[in-house]
Design a protein around this ligand. Sequence first.
Ligand SMILES: Nc1ncnc2c1ncn2[C@@H]1O[C@H](COP(=O)(O)OP(=O)(O)OP(=O)(O)O)[C@@H](O)[C@H]1O
Length: 370
Amino acid sequence: MQNDGSGRIVVQNLSKTFGPVPAVQNLSFMVEPGSVTGFLGPNGAGKTTTLRMILGLVTPTAGTATINGLPYHQLGNPARVVGTVLENEGFHPKRTARNHLRVYAAALGVPDQRADEVLALVGLSSAANRKPGGFSLGMRQRLALATALLGNPQVLVLDEPANGLDPEGILWLRNFLRAYAREGRTVLVSSHLLSEVEQTIDNVVIISQGMTRYFGSLEQLRSSQQSRVLVQAADAAALVKALQGAGVAQLEATPDGRVAVYGASRQQVGDLVAKSGLAVYGMEEERADLERLFFQLTQGQYSGAPQFGVAPQQAQYQQQAPQQGGWGPPPPGYPPQTPQTPQTPQQYQVPPGYPPQGQPGPQQGWGGQR
Ligand SMILES: Nc1ncnc2c1ncn2[C@@H]1O[C@H](COP(=O)(O)OP(=O)(O)OP(=O)(O)O)[C@@H](O)[C@H]1O
């Protein structure tokens, strides 16, 4: 196998089991150059384990992860290809920020002056002679990022980089990562909060309980949102019967006793209600926001309400072959996974045919093999 220089990360059927804990189960996705990809999932979903497998720090139980077509350890001088910031980075308490970077620069074989360059890149020049022990969390995050940038890597893999950043820090990070991707580089950034990275990312991989729930463009996920009309009726069962008689099939009871109507506008529902002659006390149109969709995809807890016989659309979490154009050719063996069935009914459908896509810093101090 050869380094294909693409900057693409390809994860195929990756699994990791820690004793009885299936941390990652048959994950597949691609991360494309020239874009920022969010790697999202709730706490314990398996994000860190996956990133560590991509970076050769955890040995997969099954499956493969490659960067530029090669497993991490076969990249030659990986830190020149991939820059990483993993959680719980430690800094030597007695070294200044500049000296910390110089030590790592030497290990990478890059000139000392690169330390000052990366400090400038992350806006830490004025703190070059200070020791990280006295840094704020945001400053430490920047120093970790500076360390990752030493080798001028083509690919950046960042685990929860926005953790602990204030709004200004998040804005700064957003601009930085977007500019980095605009240069044609690859950025993979994990978070457990969609809202934290929503404005930064182009593409998204959503996982929960170690399994892929969605991957593709954020835009398509957004456009998959389906609105619903909530109707408070004097007699909900009679309303459901009337709506079903009029051909409205997607109905659901909400926990507060209203009837949720999918696939019809407020006006259409209003007209049908008027025709039925039934008493209605209130009606509102509700548009699903991205956050709720994320919650549904990862928890499946949104719709636990009783159904009126006709189930709303089931969300389809299929892994589909990446489309040509924009996402590059699919890796061998796609589509990689069997469709996954959501554990509870889901009413927001991920659109069919959504396009799934396509030495970090020196190892010491960046977390060891687990
Ligand atoms: N070394 C380990 N030994 C045993 N279990 C582990 C180990 N590392 C992770 N796990 C378990 O694997 C699962 C996934 O953990 P992981 O840290 O990858 O999730 P995460 O999505 O990164 O979570 P968070 O957002 O909280 O960091 C969890 O149940 C976790 O307890």
